[in-house]
Design a protein around this ligand. Structure first.
Ligand SMILES: O=C(O)CCC(=O)C(=O)O
Length: 288
C-alpha cells in the first residue's frame, strides 16, 4: 500500500501499479478536441520547420514552442506525475516520437536511463498521445517489473530507422510476448520509470503515430556526466539547486529562445552522445 500525495490525481491502485510494474496507463489528460488542437499546432510547426526531425529529433522543444511548454506544464499531467515523483517536479527533457505510416521506424528494447547521466532513478516519462497509439500504429510495449533491475548493458546500433538517439538496444534477450501493449487514445498518456525496459514496432496503420515524451525529475537528482545541466521547475520548489533553471519561450521560436535552445542542446548532446563511436547522421550540432 502506498500513500497518495495530496495533489495527485492518480488513484492508490494506479500508484501501486506504477510501483509494481514500472508504468501506468491510460491517464486521461486532454479531451479529444484539445489533443486535436495540439496536433494541429505540432503539424503547423512541422510544416514551417521543414520536418520535426530537424533540431535533433525535436529534443527540448518546450524551450522553443509554446505548445510543448504548455503540455509539459499542463496541470493534469503534473497532477499525475506528482503522484509518483513527489511535490517538486522539474522538466529535464522532451522528445517527439513520430512514426509515419509505412516508413518502418521503430524503437528497440532499452532503458531510458542508459545515456542520461542521471544519479537516481527518480525520473519519470509522461508519453502524451496526440494521435491513436495502437498495436497497428506501433504503440509502446513495456516489460513489467524491469524498473527494479539495475542498469543493463546496451549496444549502439546507430540504425537510422531506430528513433533512439544512438539506436541503443539492451544486450540481453527479452521475450517480446511478455511486453504489455500500451495502447492510448489521443489525449491519454502513460507514465514510465526511467529503468523500465520498453520498445515499439513500426507503424502499420494509415495515420501517423504522434507522441510527446516529457522527462520529469525530482530536484535531488544530479547530472553525473556534465558540469552544467539544466531543467525547468514546473511544480513546487527546487530544493537542491542541482540544475541551472530554464525558462520557456514567450513566443514560438523567439530569437532569444532559439539561441538558448541551441546552447543547451549542445551541452545535452555532449551527455547523450558521450563515448559514441561514429557520429549518427541525425546529430545536427557539432558535439566535439
Ligand atoms: O515512442 C516510442 O515508441 C518510444 C518512446 C520511448 O522510448 C520513450 O519515451 O522513452
Amino acid at each position: 500500500m502506498v500513500t497518495v500525495p495530496m495533489a495527485s490525481s492518480l488513484s492508490y491502485s494506479s500508484i501501486n501499479s506504477y510501483r509494481r510494474d514500472g508504468f501506468v496507463f491510460p491517464v486521461h489528460v486532454l479531451t479529444p478536441g484539445e489533443a486535436a488542437a495540439y496536433r494541429k499546432r505540432f503539424e503547423a510547426y512541422e510544416a514551417k520547420q521543414g520536418g520535426w526531425y530537424e533540431l535533433s529529433k525535436g529534443q527540448k522543444l518546450y524551450l522553443l514552442q509554446t505548445w510543448v511548454a504548455e503540455l509539459a506544464s499542463h496541470a493534469k499531467v503534473l497532477d499525475a506525475v506528482e503522484g509518483v515523483l513527489g511535490p517538486n517536479v522539474m522538466v529535464w527533457g522532451s522528445s517527439l516520437f513520430i512514426k509515419d505510416p509505412g516508413e518502418g521506424t521503430y524503437v528497440s528494447w532499452h532503458q531510458d536511463s542508459t545515456y542520461w547521466g542521471l544519479s537516481e532513478p527518480d525520473v519519470v516519462t509522461a508519453w502524451i498521445a496526440l494521435s491513436a497509439a495502437t498495436v497497428a500504429s506501433g504503440c509502446m510495449k513495456m516489460m513489467p517489473g524491469t524498473h527494479k533491475w539495475q542498469q543493463l548493458a546496451h549496444v549502439d546500433t546507430l540504425d537510422d530507422k531506430n528513433l533512439l538517439t544512438r539506436g541503443q538496444e539492451i544486450a540481453v534477450d527479452v521475450n517480446d510476448d511478455d511486453g504489455v501493449l500500451v495502447e492510448l487514445q489521443p489525449g491519454h498518456m502513460s507514465l514510465h520509470d526511467v529503468r523500465t525496459v520498453h520498445a515499439s514496432d513500426p507503424n502499420r496503420s494509415t495515420d501517423r503515430r504522434i507522441g510527446v515524451a516529457v522527462r520529469y525529475i525530482a530536484p535531488h537528482v544530479r547530472q553525473l556526466q556534465a558540469e552544467n545541466d539544466s531543467a525547468w521547475l514546473v511544480r513546487g520548489a527546487d530544493t537542491h539547486g542541482n540544475f541551472i533553471h530554464e525558462t520557456p519561450p514567450k513566443h514560438d521560436m523567439d530569437a532569444a529562445a532559439v539561441a538558448e535552445h541551441e546552447r543547451i542542446l549542445k551541452l545535452r548532446q555532449g551527455v547523450l552522445y558521450k563515448g559514441v563511436v561514429g557520429k549518427p547522421a541525425h546529430v545536427d550540432l557539432d558535439i566535439s
